[in-house]
Design a protein around this ligand. Structure first.
Ligand SMILES: CC(C)(COP(=O)(O)OP(=O)(O)OC[C@H]1O[C@@H](n2cnc3c(N)ncnc32)[C@H](O)[C@@H]1O)[C@@H](O)C(=O)NCCC(=O)NCCS
Ligand SMILES: Nc1ncnc2c1ncn2[C@@H]1O[C@H](COP(=O)(O)OP(=O)(O)OP(=O)(O)O)[C@@H](O)[C@H]1O
Length: 209
């Protein structure tokens, strides 16, 4: 019999703070898998998805060492929704397969709950794999500012990426829980501690000391 474990899907737009939130949960010993990390694995050299991408776009998306030139591919797919959908059709089935493997490993482990962190949890059907949805919410202007200051992305491309994702209000309407991340990191930590207590209670365990 597979043990029951609560799986929390953590989502939010680009630079909303998902990875920062996941690291805060990890300090409460909560295991997590990040779909962005898995998305990188499925385009490693030797993977069929990388071969398909190279066949479609040619040398311009490969670096001299044969690895994917992520920036070149980013410029293509966020300028053209049809190309983005093609890329998703190649990568998402493989990402989902590997996420399922991670969730199975969490079920074999001791934790009362675990996180599946994904920017496209709701857009890509990954929400079917989780029990609850936690949305990390920030105003759009802050999202664009954090994206442009963190990544090698200008403000126009940051806006294009936000536009390729679910509108904020639609995402919020699907949430079971919302973490407002418009404060500082100490505020984020306090909200994560509250949610950790709630999720442990929901998983049927006493709160951690
Ligand atoms: C286009 C790629 C090569 C750009 O790589 P890059 O290193 O610049 O960005 P990175 O992968 O770190 O993604 C940064 C953020 O962009 C946003 N994003 C990525 N892919 C998508 C997409 N298909 N639709 C909307 N937003 C996306 C997410 O918020 C993500 O957190 C890469 O994002 C990719 O392969 N995307 C397709 C796979 C995918 O959908 N990944 C999302 C997780 S399921
Ligand atoms: N509460 C906060 N106060 C200040 N900066 C923050 C806060 N939360 C996140 N940040 C910063 O905002 C940026 C985006 O955060 P993070 O990388 O956690 O977002 P993300 O949702 O995982 O992004 P993506 O999915 O796009 O990779 C980072 O530079 C992070 O340090």
């Amino acid at each position: 019999m597979t043990a029951h474990i609560l799986i929390i899907g953590v989502t939010g737009g680009i630079a909303s703070g998902k990875s920062t939130v996941a690291r805060a949960f990890a300090r409460h010993d909560v295991p997590w898998v990040d779909a962005d990390d898995v998305a990188r694995e499925v385009v490693e050299p030797g993977e069929p998805a990388l071969a398909a991408i190279a066949t479609r776009y040619g040398e311009r998306v490969l670096r001299a060492d044969g690895r994917l030139d992520r920036r070149a591919l980013r410029d293509i797919v966020f300028a053209d929704p049809a190309e983005r959908r093609w890329l998703e059709s190649v990568t998402h089935p493989r990402i989902r397969e590997r996420l399922l493997e991670h969730l199975a490993a969490f079920r074999r482990g001791p934790a009362p709950y675990a996180l599946l962190v994904s920017p496209l949890l709701l857009e890509s059907g990954q929400h079917e794999l989780v029990d609850r949805i936690l949305v990390i919410d920030v105003p759009e202007a802050l999202q664009v500012r954090r994206t442009a200051s963190r990544d090698d992305v200008d403000e126009a491309q940051a806006r294009a990426i936000v536009a390729a994702q679910m509108p904020r209000a639609t995402r919020l309407a699907r949430a079971d829980d919302v973490l407002d991340n418009d404060g500082d990191e100490a505020a984020l930590e306090a909200r994560v501690a509250d949610l950790d207590r709630r999720y442990r209670a929901l998983a049927g365990l006493p709160p951690a000391p």
